[in-house]
Design a binder for this molecule. Structure first.
Ligand code: AMP
Length: 395
């Protein structure tokens, strides 16, 4: 696995695929610069060696050239974070890009305009990738968030750098962290899978059954399992057509010696609303007209014990409707258990959009071992897939 360490960037132009797809407010101010900050170590390391940096990224989902998705909006923030004035090319290919890139001196940084202003980017167009490739000497992929896409700048471009390509520090760290869970994990390994639906997590569940000792299943998924086992789930969210699958998962888990932990009690509400009436009930005795929206206290105690005994923990998906304050307790408590176990020496990896949001919202970011930057990409790796963006560097 080639990383920055394998190259000397002195007087070289590093063409780095970063993920600067940051949220902007209505005045085009960056509201969360995490992704820019995450790319900084790689950029700094290359500049420190006397190299120059050409950054390419997408922003949003533009249809052709759309001013509101211009990466020029992030220049001020990027310059402040990187501590150097970031230059800008108003197109990512063509003469403008070529001329600006050619003039780039050691220690300088150039940001190219949104890659997705050209439909060729997402189409994985070879000629477009070749034009991008002509701008730099070494290709560095540091964008985990798009590593599961075979786009021109994430995958196709790598073939124009048969030897001069590597992972950036961020992407290398993502791969290393996931490997710590999936490959070189210290036992016992526990996966916590929450979220709304079994159907969106099923491949993950099937793949990681081979790698974990415990699996905690929470969130909306719970009720498909409970109903399949004959419980009464009231009006809780449920995928009826996935009940067979739920039973099959339980059977497989037994066969593989994986202990499955499902909530035993829930916070049930008489409406899907923060101000709904609530009661704590057994998970398999939810009255009609009520729905389970969070894990109950007994469940959280059970989960805490499992988490504290674990040496490796993977967390994807909230335990309840954490966006509503009254149903956030399960997710917060679980997060605290994971933080406590981490303080005890466990390795914990949190990934997937909603659990990352929860970890940030509840101030647990620095109390877990690693927070992944890629939702879809992480899920695909957990599903056991080889991501095209990663394969292209390994080739
Ligand atoms: P996912 O995108 O599949 O990871 O699901 C995340 C969403 O699941 C969050 O928006 C949660 O509000 C939702 N969720 C978690 N638990 C429940 C539940 N018991 N009932 C309905 N939605 C839930």
């Amino acid at each position: 696995m080639k990383t920055l360490k394998d190259f000397n960037f002195k007087n070289k132009k590093a063409l780095i695929r970063v993920d600067f797809n940051v949220p902007l407010d209505e005045n085009f101010n960056v509201t969360d610069a995490t992704r820019i900050e995450a790319a900084k170590p790689t950029i700094d390391a290359i500049l420190a060696q006397g190299g120059s940096v050409i950054l390419m990224s997408h922003l949003g989902r533009p249809k052709g050239v759309e001013e509101k998705y211009s990466l020029k909006h992030i220049l001020k923030t990027a310059s402040a974070i990187l501590g150097v004035p970031v230059q800008f090319a108003t197109d990512c290919i063509g003469l403008t890009a070529k001329n600006t890139a050619e003039k780039l001196q050691a220690g300088e940084v150039l940001l190219l305009e949104n890659l997705r202003f050209h439909s060729e980017e997402e189409a994985g167009d070879l000629a477009f990738a070749k034009e991008l490739a002509s701008l730099g000497d070494v290709y560095v992929n540091d964008a985990f968030g798009t590593a599961h896409r075979a786009h021109a700048s994430t995958t196709i471009i790598a073939q124009f750098f048969p030897a001069e390509k590597c992972f950036g520090l961020l992407l290398a760290k993502e791969i290393e962290s996931l490997n710590k869970v999936l490959k070189n994990s210290e036992k016992p390994v526990t996966a916590v899978l929450g979220g709304s639906k079994v159907s969106s997590k099923i491949t993950v569940i099937e793949n990681i059954l081979d790698k974990v000792d415990h699996m905690i299943i929470g969130g909306g998924m719970t009720f498909t399992f409970v109903k399949a086992l004959g419980g009464k789930i009231g009006d809780s969210i449920c995928e009826d057509d996935k009940q067979e699958l739920a039973l099959e998962i339980l059977r497989l888990a037994k066969e593989k010696g994986v202990q499955i932990h499902i909530p035993v009690d829930v916070v049930a509400a008489n409406a899907f609303a923060n101000d709904a009436e609530t009661q704590i009930v057994d998970v398999n005795k939810i009255p009609d007209g009520w729905q389970g929206l969070d894990a109950g206290p007994k469940s959280l105690e059970n989960f805490h014990k499992v988490i504290m005994e674990s040496k490796t923990i993977l967390w994807n998906g909230p335990l309840g409707v954490f966006e509503m304050e009254n149903f956030a307790k399960g997710t917060i408590t679980l997060g605290n258990s994971i933080a406590a176990s981490t303080a005890n020496g466990a390795f914990s990896l949190v990934g997937g959009g909603d659990s990352v949001a929860a970890v940030k919202q509840f101030g647990l970011e620095d109390k877990v071992s690693y927070v992944s930057t890629g939702g879809g990409a992480m899920l695909e790796m957990l599903e056991g897939r080889i991501l095209p963006g990663i394969a292209a560097i390994l080739d």
